[in-house]
Design a binder for this molecule. Structure first.
Ligand code: PLP
Length: 624
């Protein structure tokens, strides 16, 4: 557990059992072993990779957030309420949206839609009558009409103006439909976030109105005697804010703006502080982009305190505080489980050293000498010499001075030298600086049955880090250092940066394969990853199991949602199955005519083809 710093990032939802297995712990006293769930699925004949979803964790996060705000309002005697909204763009999967809507009902926790499709989805959810349905994002008439109809359905729909010109559109549609709108305005704070989304705030922000435009909205609505339609001030300085000071500064500016609008006579009810509540992916509790220097409780306390402080000073009523926390609600609830299907690397390749034909080239002899003489005393300089010799070997090969046989022997000697060094340094705690890249060179490539682009797109796109651990063997010292590669035909499909409490690491400690299935869990992947993924190489959505943990270490797989079949992936590119089938049959007809294929073989071929069309897009090895 220590090696993977599990207690630091798990948020209390994951732990290692005495048997060295990862357990999910949705609440104190409830625990169940992840590898048992995976084994059950495999036994049922289901394929991996799989996402394990834990609805209890999702519910727990909704509770934790709301209770943190309730506790803070109580502590400070804050007279307003807290009402969160879940921005569904963070994860629109049915289990997530319905799970949050249900868990949030009693807290009047609402939803946020950023597009017409998202709004259509949100309108169909069962929500508390007071719960907000915030409509953010750029809007056309259709979006606005749907939002206004939402009010007639009894939903507390607020249309957030992202730019000044949206006001006219809203007013026009509201008049046409005869529905009174509830309007929010997104304000461009000059405050900036911290971490990877720093650019979301500030004057250059993509969304929001400036101070003058804000006042113009107030004037327009006053003229139309509709000022009471302006109910919310909205701000957002970016996701994953790592530094609590930035949040306080932004909330202060937002509250001053709110007070300014109230002073203008706008009877605002809600102050929306947006998203940004972080997730501590590496457990370091720092302002590093994969971490945060505050807790969820501190966030709630600081937001409430800051709003109250400004409201007191400005003598304005304390608003209902709204936050649009998405990442923090969803990250913990799902674990991506990927099977290791093979291990490759320089110390893994064929280990015998082939002979040269005749007298070997001098550079090969040099490598032989290093191999013979390398020891604990001299391995640093010997390593550098070997790297140089290998480079020379390749240069000479390109020029035609080294034969293919010599090259094979030279490379095999180099790998054998690496294996020797690996043995020599295996007991050492600190690898000398000059051998810094050695760990990377020596690292094994653990080939994992998944697509980075489908399942962890943020790792590829923005170098996001996720904690990764084996699900099992955690009471056994790992003896290998590895990087992970996926099964896409893309060399970017790899993970070679891993969380660490002090630094980012280039390799992950892993266990020597022992013939048993070896599964890795990728944790805290429940925010954004499920829905941002892409179909690179036509690897589709992965299978999902929704698991409830019961007392006594038991669990129940409530639902299994099958991932996308190959046929669906192909059809999503504009092909149709009958067309594919026809083409294959035309080809088999011709092959039969040419005598290359028998009719029995044709039947078998077509069966195999059909089976693959209906099959899972990932590798389906019997043992994994
Ligand atoms: N609200 C708005 C307007 C956003 O753009 C975002 C995402 O960046 C969020 C809320 C969700 O933020 P987070 O996932 O950090 O809670």
């Amino acid at each position: 557990a220590e090696l993977y710093s599990i207690p630091a990032w798990s948020g209390g939802y994951f732990r290692v059992s005495d048997a060295g297995k990862i357990e999910v712990t949705p609440s104190p006293g409830l625990r169940a072993t992840l590898s048992e769930m995976v084994a059950e699925l495999v036994q049922r004949g289901e394929s991996l990779p799989v996402i394990l979803r834990f609805p209890q964790v999702l519910t727990g996060r909704v509770k934790q957030l709301n209770e943190a705000f309730q506790a803070a309002t109580l502590e400070y005697g804050y007279s307003g309420a807290y009402q969160g909204v879940f921005p569904i763009k963070v994860n629109q999967r049915r289990a997530v949206v319905e799970g949050i809507a249900a868990a949030g009902y009693d807290y009047a926790h609402g939803l946020e839609a950023g597009s017409k499709a998202e709004l259509a989805l949100c309108l169909a959810q069962r929500m508390h009558p007071d719960a907000l349905l915030c409509c953010n994002g750029f809007k056309d008439d259709g979006f606005i009409k749907l939002a206004l109809w939402g009010r007639t359905l009894g939903k507390n729909v607020v249309i957030t103006l992202e730019k000044y010109s949206e006001l006219d559109r809203v007013l026009k549609q509201a008049t046409a439909l005869g529905v009174k709108p509830a309007i929010g305005v997104r304000f461009k704070l000059h405050a900036r976030g911290s971490g990877q989304w720093e650019e979301s705030g500030g004057d250059q922000a993509k969304f929001g109105l400036n101070a003058y435009e804000l006042l113009r909205v107030v004037e327009r609505l006053r003229e139309l005697d509709m000022l009471d339609s302006l109910v919310m001030l909205h701000t957002h300085i970016g996701s994953q804010i790592t530094d609590i000071r930035r949040i306080k500064v932004a909330v202060r500016e937002a509250t001053q703006t709110y007070a300014g609008l109230v002073a203008q006579g706008a009877p605002l009810k809600y102050l929306n502080v947006g998203g940004g509540l972080g997730v501590d992916y590496d457990g370091s509790k720092t302002t590093f982009y994969a971490s945060m220097n505050y807790t969820l409780k501190e966030y709630a306390a600081d937001v409430v305190y800051t709003v109250q402080e400004v409201c007191k000073a400005r003598q304005v009523p304390e608003p209902t505080i709204v936050s649009e926390s998405g990442r923090a609600l969803t990250a913990h609830h799902s674990v991506l489980v990927v099977p290791v299907v093979d291990v490759a690397g320089p110390t893994r390749d064929l280990q015998d050293i082939p002979e040269s034909k005749g007298e070997p080239h001098q550079v090969v002899k040099d490598l032989e000498e290093i191999f013979e003489n390398i020891s604990g005393r001299n391995y640093r300089e010997m390593y550098n010499d070997a790297v140089g010799d290998k480079q020379t070997l390749h240069n000479l090969f390109d020029l035609g001075y080294v034969t293919l046989e010599d090259r094979a022997r030279g490379e095999a000697l180099f790998n054998a030298i690496l294996r020797k060094i690996q043995k020599l340094i295996s007991g050492e705690k600190y690898v000398p600086d000059e051998l810094e890249d050695l760990q990377k060179v020596l690292a094994d490539k653990f080939i994992c049955n998944f697509s980075l682009f489908q399942s962890l797109p943020d790792n590829w796109a923005i170098q996001a880090l996720f904690p990764i651990t084996p699900l099992d063997r955690l009471n056994e010292q790992p003896t290998r250092q590895g990087t992970l590669v996926d099964i896409t035909c893309d060399s970017d499909g790899k993970i070679d940066k891993f969380i660490d409490l002090r630094d980012v690491k280039a390799t992950l400690p892993l266990h020597e394969p022992n013939g048993d299935p070896y599964y890795l869990g990728v944790f805290l992947a429940g925010a954004y990853q499920d829905v941002l993924g892409s179909a690179h190489n036509l690897f589709g959505k992965v299978n999902e199991a929704h698991v409830t943990v019961r007392p006594g270490g038991r669990y129940h797989i409530d639902l299994f949602v099958r991932g996308q079949k190959a046929r669906r992936m192909i059809e999503s590119m504009g092909y149709e199955e009958p067309m594919l089938r026809d083409s294959i049959e035309n080809q088999t007809d011709r092959a039969i005519e040419a005598g290359i294929l028998t009719t029995d073989q044709e039947r078998e071929l077509l069966e195999d083809y059909d089976e693959e069309l209906l099959g899972y897009t990932y590798l389906e090895y019997e043992e994994a």
